[in-house]
Design a protein around this ligand. Structure first.
Ligand SMILES: Cc1ncc(COP(=O)(O)O)c(C=O)c1O
Length: 371
């Protein structure tokens, strides 16, 4: 026995941790500005916020004396039924979670033993290396090449060389490069018997027709992750879901935290799906604004934006005006909060989320003032 504090397992204690976005109020305070005078373009949230119909549904739910005081439904029956109508997949193929992040963690933990591996193609979502770290998984990086296209041959080779204890994690559209996973490549990877976790967090911006969900019936080793954080404007309520083979979904439901989706998230998610047509109008506007932003950025000599199918744009910066971090800091000082990266592949880049249409001029003005 020891009188010292208990020690975190050594592999966890030495981890760098995930670099989350800094809260808006803190960033605004650092810039000496009010939050409402800043443009929060660092986390790809819906810039229009929660839809008023979703807010109404939450207000109505608050009037129910049981709301929030009793546990939510561990089987997520109503929510999965609503998701079933949305995805046109049977509820037995759907499980919801506290954000896609929770389900990514759950699926990797459920499917891989410590010492297993995930194959990823950076630059991509920073959560994957973090999850590999905390779950004692090896990270097999197959980096993207020039222009950040997916390296198809190298990915297939990595799959060929892998054992059963490997999962390929792909992102479509990819964060931060904004491109879709080519369907042929996905089919080839799946055709070689690999387990693929396909993260479709931004698929609504590319159009749900671009989803690979129709491949679920053909490839039982495909698992798709989705979220309400990006299109539905409820990132703070934490709601995501996975689409997978019914037997895998049954296992995930058995081992997930029983009450992983809170009641507010459930009410808001169902309301967002009920008011899909109105929220789709916002998604269309975000796409139009993204295209306008892309065109403006392309005309700025020192910036090279990457085409995007998502709600953000990755921008390469001419070294003559500084690094990604330097431009990020200069923008932050004028109240424009963007995403910068410690990954050396992205040292000369910056990711900008699409603002509201009425914020576009302000963004361009402030951008021009610092370059
Ligand atoms: C590719 C990708 N997947 C998943 C997530 C996280 O989604 P959630 O908020 O549902 O956990 C993000 C958020 O940035 C993301 O970029």
């Amino acid at each position: 026995m020891s009188s010292q504090r208990p020690q975190v397992r050594p592999h966890l204690a030495q981890l760098p941790g995930y670099a989350p976005v800094v809260p808006l109020v803190e960033r605004a305070r650092q810039a000496g500005l009010q939050p409402e005078d800043c443009l929060k373009l660092d986390a790809n949230e819906n810039p229009y916020g929660m839809h008023p119909r979703v807010r109404d549904a939450l207000t109505r739910a608050l009037a129910d004396p049981h709301f929030g005081s009793i546990y939510p439904n561990p089987n997520q029956t109503e929510l999965r039924a609503a998701l079933s109508r949305y995805t046109r997949l049977d509820p037995s193929m759907i499980v919801a979670g506290s954000g896609a992040d929770e389900l990514l963690d759950l699926a990797l933990r459920a499917l891989l033993p410590a010492g297993g591996s995930i194959i990823t193609s950076p630059p991509s979502f920073g959560m994957y290396p973090f999850l590999a770290d905390i779950n004692e998984l090896n990270l097999i990086d197959v980096p993207r090449g020039d222009g950040f296209g997916l390296p198809g041959d190298a990915l297939l080779q990595a799959v060929e060389e892998s054992t059963d204890e490997v999962i390929v994690v792909l992102t479509s559209p990819n964060n931060p490069t904004g491109d879709l996973v080519p369907r042929d490549l996905l089919c080839e990877v799946l055709g070689r018997g690999a387990t693929v976790v396909l993260d479709e967090a931004y698929i609504e911006f590319a159009g749900v027709d671009s989803s690979a969900q129709d491949l679920l019936s053909e490839f039982p080793r495909l698992v798709i992750m989705r979220t309400f954080s990006k299109w539905a404007g409820i990132a703070g309520l934490r709601l995501g879901y996975a689409l997978a083979h019914p037997d895998l979904v049954a296992d995930l439901i058995k081992i997930k935290q029983p009450y992983n989706v809170n009641q507010a998230a459930e009410v808001a998610g169902i309301a967002a799906l009920e008011h899909l047509a109105e929220i789709s109008g916002q998604i269309d506007t975000i796409r139009d604004t993204r295209d306008l932003l892309y065109a403006v950025l392309r005309d700025i000599e020192v910036l090279r934006p990457l085409p995007s199918t998502s709600n953000f744009i990755l921008v390469e910066i001419d070294p003559a005006i500084g690094t990604g971090r330097e431009l990020h800091d200069r923008l932050a000082a004028v109240g424009v909060f963007t995403r910068t990266y410690s990954n050396p592949l992205l040292a000369g880049h910056l990711r900008i989320s699409t603002p509201r249409a009425d914020q576009l001029d302000t963004l361009i003005e402030r951008l021009n003032s610092v370059i």
